[in-house]
Design a binder for this molecule. Structure first.
Ligand code: PRE
Length: 359
């Protein structure tokens, strides 16, 4: 054995011994989760507030050399596997396979959860409402393109509650079946992705290349895999699924391009310690209406992280305001502010209280 081989052997023997311990401990952990599942006795197994606390604690305990992000991702998968021992979950998302919505579902629930592709955001909500899936993961806002109106509209009437949020960094690539930019006649992508890569496309592809918007980036990738004169703009998952070549990576105009997704199900979530509550409140289109809406929140010390207006679709009210606050719906100051708002607004709905994204 050479000296190098001897040195490697010392460390590999140590790794073997540690792996045996890690394995033993993982199974001990899984056994506890299994027993917790029995104690829950067929009740709700997924506990977002507990998961957020576990991940936050792991980040705090971490001393490296692994990064906080890396250890949190590993424990995300450990919890996913432990939860599946209690009961495997099914997560509905806007399909087809390979969309950012699916990536968000996996980021939040880990790989042990089954994902169910749906044809539209409406269908994904319906799957959970009909109890054909446990939770839906739906996009709600993008840092460059703004709100996803359909998700906001659905939340107003749906009986589902928000029980979590997922923040996903969005990277777009120019993908093609062959490894050259020559002969591209059209680029397929979702309208939002075409908009997010607008500047890059102007600079890097001839003006005559047609931009064709399709239902999803995964669909764009599928079409590009069949058409030798086409390219697609899509992310890693779609590139992998349809075995396309990345002609250019990270072509989004805004480097900090992120999409926020919400997780919804039939569930009220307890306090985790770092929570948000999402509300929708109606206001008439008259002077002072907006002030009347914000003032009680401010006076009770409730801080807002998001404020989004949308015309009411029913015509009953002029505007609906979607408000996110940094409190849990069970906090006394938010309860007091909501009581006041209910006495002045025709419509106030708590869309859900949930832990802030940890990953
Ligand atoms: O603490 C629980 O209630 C568990 O079921 C255990 C556990 C975990 O693996 O830590 C698994 C799933 C829940 O969503 C939260 C935590």
């Amino acid at each position: 054995m050479t000296e190098q081989e001897q040195q490697l052997k010392v460390h590999r023997d140590a790794i073997d011994a540690i792996d045996a311990q890690v394995l033993e401990l993982l199974n001990q952990r899984a056994q506890h989760a299994h027993t917790i599942g029995e104690i829950k006795g067929g009740g709700i197994v997924y506990r977002p507030e507990r998961e957020a606390q576990v991940l936050a604690r792991i980040r705090e305990l971490n001393q490296g050399p692994l990064s906080d992000e890396t250890v949190a991702r590993l424990f995300r998968e450990i919890m996913s596997a432990c939860l599946a021992l209690e009961r495997p979950l099914t997560i509905a998302f806007l399909g087809p396979e390979g969309t950012f919505s699916q990536a968000a579902a996996i980021k939040h629930f880990g790989h042990a959860a089954a994902t169910q592709a749906c044809a539209s955001i409406d269908d994904a909500f319906r799957a959970v409402e009909a109890r054909a899936a446990d939770y839906v993961v739906a996009p709600v806002e993008n840092s460059t393109e703004g709100a996803v109106g359909r998700t906001l509209d659905l939340m107003v009437s749906s009986p589902l509650k928000i029980c979590g949020e997922v923040v996903l960094r969005i990277h777009h690539h120019l993908l093609r079946a062959s490894p050259t930019k020559d002969g591209i006649k059209r680029v397929y992508s979702h309208a939002q992705s075409l908009a997010q890569c607008h500047e890059w496309l102007n600079r890097n592809l001839p003006a005559e290349v047609e931009r064709v918007s399709v239902a999803s980036n995964a669909e764009a990738a599928r079409l590009a895999s069949l058409d030798p004169t086409a390219a697609a703009i899509a992310g890693d998952a779609a590139a992998e699924k349809f075995q396309l070549v990345k002609l250019a990576e990270n072509i989004e105009d805004e480097p900090n391009n992120t999409t926020r997704f919400l997780v919804l199900g039939y569930q009220d979530v307890s306090k985790s310690g770092r929570d948000k509550t999402s509300l929708v409140i109606s206001a008439p289109n008259k002077p002072g209406a907006l002030h009347a809406l914000v003032e009680p929140l401010a006076r009770h010390g409730v801080s807002m992280t998001k404020f989004e207006s949308r015309p009411s679709r029913t015509g009953l009210w002029e505007y609906l305001f979607f408000v996110d606050v940094e409190s849990h719906a069970s906090d006394a100051n938010l309860i007091a502010a909501l009581d006041e708002l209910r006495s002045t607004s025709a419509f106030v709905k708590v869309l859900g209280a949930y832990p802030q994204a940890v990953l």
